[in-house]
Design a protein around this ligand. Structure first.
Ligand code: SF4
Length: 358
């Protein structure tokens, strides 16, 4: 679809979801999407330099990525709403960027009542008043499907890539799939990319023991999912021949599960109240992993993330009740790769020895 002239919209880098943001903005909304550069040390330096000291790390990452998006030519920034202080971040991010001298249109979803369908129409019309709604709906749904494909293939990738019986074919198939998603311009290209990776992954012989070490990842929404922010935690574990399972992703949290009522019923004996945007899901997932006989759990959060700090004592109870070891990882802009690796290796050795003894 030809993009409407005059608006260049961007949304900060977030895991591998920017391929779907691009697809929805360009193919459904008919507006140019500016892909922010991949997150790097520079992104974090920019974000940290202009952020308040004690703000949680995703704020710094978002700010750094927004600056890089504006440098890359964006004139419109979209900011998500959120159930924790993320809901207030939009206002602060906008003010910091304006104080830095940038000129842009800022669409802050926290200013809309996202529980009402009419508000979505207002947002769509604000981005492109001439939007074709029939086309918008069809392409939007394809963008949503792309999110589901990315989550499905990513989950499968981290469960199996540590056991690739070839010289890296599994990883190559995953990378090619991501490239296909980032460049797809219509439904048939999206579907072809998905079918292609399914075929390619099936064709790779796996060298997997009958009972590999299995580790469940739980944690804060941004840090648990974004490989740059968690210093490629899942890849590091997979490279140690660990089967990695993470429930938390956009599909599971938002598309297939709306409201956490039923999930909360299942953990009521552990925690009587909702404690934050991802707390219930993380506690439920931690217990699910324990019940399935996983060898260990890793809890991932950003420094200063109050909701996930509240989850930690509950995880300790799960650890005690089910005799499952838990590693707690807290990330900030200074967390080093070497420090993380040392902790992961020690955790791996302990799990491995424990499994042999048990
Ligand atoms: S969940 Fe935690 S880290 Fe994420 S935005 Fe909220 S407070 Fe910050």
């Amino acid at each position: 679809m030809a993009a409407v002239m005059g608006r260049s919209l961007s949304f900060p880098r977030y895991a591998e979801y920017n391929c779907a943001f691009r697809y929805i903005v360009e193919e459904a909304l008919g507006v140019k999407y500016v892909m922010p550069p991949a997150l790097t040390k520079r992104t974090m330096e920019l974000g940290t330099k202009y952020s308040p000291d004690f703000v949680c790390t995703p704020f710094k990452t978002l700010l750094g990525s927004m600056i890089e998006a504006l440098e890359a030519g964006a004139d419109t920034l979209l900011m998500t709403h959120g159930l924790c202080r993320l809901g207030y971040y939009g206002e602060l991010l906008e003010q910091i960027l304006r104080d830095l001298g940038y000129q842009f249109d800022f669409i802050n979803l926290s200013e809309y009542d996202m529980g009402r369908k009419k508000e979505y129409l207002r947002i769509v019309r604000r981005i492109n008043p001439k939007v074709n709604f029939a086309r918008f709906l069809a392409e939007f749904m394809e963008g949503v499907r792309m999110v589901e494909y990315v989550d499905e293939i990513t989950a499968e990738y981290y469960q199996n890539c540590g056991f690739d019986g070839t010289d890296g074919d599994y990883r190559r198939a995953y990378q090619e799939f991501l490239t296909a998603m980032y460049t797809a311009r219509n439904r048939s290209e999206v579907e072809a990319g998905y079918r292609g990776v399914r075929r390619a992954l099936r064709a790779v012989p796996l060298d997997k023991p009958q009972r590999p070490l299995r580790v469940g990842i739980a944690g804060e929404f941004y840090t648990a999912m974004d490989a740059f922010s968690n210093l490629e935690l899942e890849q590091k574990l997979a490279d140690m021949r660990v089967e990695v399972h993470r429930w938390m992703n956009v599909t599971n949290q938002f598309l297939r599960y709306s409201g956490q009522k039923n999930m909360h019923v299942k953990i009521q004996d552990l925690c009587a109240y909702e404690m934050g945007p991802t707390a219930t899901a993380n506690i439920w997932w931690a217990r699910t992993c324990a019940e399935r006989g996983f060898d260990g759990l890793i809890h991932v959060k950003s420094a200063g993330c109050t909701p996930e700090i509240d989850v930690m004592p509950v995880l300790q109870n799960i650890s005690r009740d089910y005799k499952i070891p838990v590693l707690y990882l807290t990330y900030d802009a200074q967390t080093s790769d070497v420090g993380l690796m040392t902790r992961l290796e020690a955790f791996y050795d302990m799990l491995d020895m424990r499994k042999k003894v048990l």
